[in-house]
Write a protein that binds this ligand. Structure first.
Ligand SMILES: Nc1ncnc2c1ncn2[C@@H]1O[C@H](COP(=O)(O)OP(=O)(O)OP(=O)(O)O)[C@@H](O)[C@H]1O
Length: 240
């Protein structure tokens, strides 16, 4: 007996390249408060730099942590090039955070007892790259970041701006696809902050990485291609 002709399924919509958030909702257990994220959607394309601004408590850091797979959303999904991040196993999320994502925080992220070069090489060595190769790859980042000659200095012997550029080198040495930065210039004066932003956006752009940056400072946000404004767990508007 002949089977009825099967209808071919509708073609799947094309998967957008980049980091995407689909209707993220996150409430902190026991907080008794409204959701920290109340339905957030976004797409950060490869090579694109996006700032997130908003009043204190609006959900910026929670969004960054959910996008980076540090926190899991209650509902909704985070994907990278269409592949699940938030739904992935703990092991996969740990690997993503180590191999695919880079992180820059406000300060205090360098190991004080290690010279700058070894601080930068460390993520590669933790990922199994031999010491010589890791240090050679780390060294390549010093000149583009204006750090040539400072390889042997310990963090305590660097200025705040230099230390932050070393932290950027460390975040980028593994050639991440996405860089997350939470107030990366928060501890710096405006001129030093601008220098750090110049290097951060230039290098992530060269790598073709996406940059997602949380800031309170519109001068810092202005280095990005666009700014998402958050309020009460929502993205309420976007500016360029
Ligand atoms: N660990 C937590 N437990 C309970 N509630 C939390 C926790 N972290 C954040 N919140 C709450 O979630 C909401 C969003 O916080 P979040 O830190 O994401 O905001 P933010 O915009 O980054 O704030 P800030 O600019 O002050 O850093 C706030 O109401 C906050 O009090």
């Amino acid at each position: 007996m002949t089977q009825p002709a099967a209808h071919s399924p509708a073609p799947a919509p094309p998967v957008a390249a980049g980091l995407a958030a689909h209707d993220l909702v996150k409430t902190y257990a026991g907080s008794g408060g409204p959701p920290a994220l109340a339905g957030v959607r976004l797409l950060v394309r490869p090579g694109e730099a996006v700032a997130v601004m908003g009043p204190s408590g609006s959900g910026k850091t929670t969004l960054l942590h959910v996008l980076a797979g540090i926190l899991t959303p209650d509902t909704g999904l985070v994907t990278l090039d269409g592949h699940p991040v938030s739904d992935a196993s703990d092991g996969t999320r740990t690997r993503l955070r180590r191999d695919t994502f880079g992180f820059v925080f406000q300060s205090g992220q360098l190991l004080p007892e290690l010279p700058a070069l070894e601080n930068v090489a460390l993520p590669l060595m933790l990922a199994g790259v031999d010491r010589r190769t890791a240090q050679a790859r780390a060294a390549e980042l010093f000149a583009p970041l204006g750090l040539a000659g400072l390889e042997r200095r310990r963090p305590g012997e660097l200025s705040g701006g230099q230390a932050q550029r070393v932290a950027i080198a460390r975040a980028l040495v593994g050639r991440p696809r996405v860089v997350f930065a939470d107030e990366p210039t928060g501890a710096l004066d405006q001129r030093t902050g601008a220098e750090v932003m110049h290097h951060l956006t230039a290098l992530t752009g060269t790598l073709g990485a996406s940059l997602l940056l949380v800031t309170h400072d519109q001068h810092v946000a202005a280095w990005c291609h666009r700014t998402l404004h958050m309020q009460d767990g929502h993205i309420v508007r976007e500016t360029r």
